[in-house]
Each structure stands twice: as C-alpha cells, then as structure tokens.
Design a protein around this ligand. Structure first.
Ligand SMILES: [Zn+2]
Length: 84
C-alpha cells in the first residue's frame, strides 16, 4: 500500500516536491487557516490532517502563498509609497 503524499492545498501542480507536514508546521498552518476561515479568504477549505501523517503534505510554494496572502493583509499599511 503505497499512498502517495498529496498537497492539502489541492493545487494542480504535478511534479513539484511535496513536503510532509511536521507537527510544528501543521500547527502554524492551522493557525493561519483559522484566520483564513474567519476572513473567508482563499484556501479556507483546506483539509488539514488532525495529526501528522505520511500522506498529508504541501508544496512550499502553496504554503508560502497561503501564508503570504494572509500576511499581506497586515503588511498592507507598511508598504511605503513615499517617493521623497
Ligand atoms: Zn500544492
């Protein structure tokens, strides 16, 4: 029984390396997801595993995207348009 790891972000990337969750990464991801659900952002229906498994994984690209998008909500005001 060889279950291939899959990306929980349900992206269409095939061939990119899938990284398995670590306990820490999963926790972080869940925190982000909680916020995303509250804000009804993209990826708010990501099916995160309850615990670390050998099949639930993610692309670093996908993870970063979800994290960046969420973070950008906070950073928005810090972008400097000042040209002085
Ligand atoms: Zn992915």
């Amino acid at each position: 029984m060889a279950s291939e790891p899959f990306c929980v972000f349900e992206c269409n990337s095939i061939g990119d390396k899938i990284l398995l969750f670590t306990q820490e990464k999963l926790k972080k991801c869940r925190e982000i997801l909680t916020i995303r659900v509250a804000l009804k952002l993209k990826y708010n229906d990501v099916n995160l595993p309850v615990t670390v498994t050998k099949t639930h994984g993610y692309h670093s690209k996908c993870y970063n995207e979800s994290e960046i998008e969420y973070a950008s909500d906070e950073d928005e005001h810090e972008q400097s348009d000042c040209e002085c």
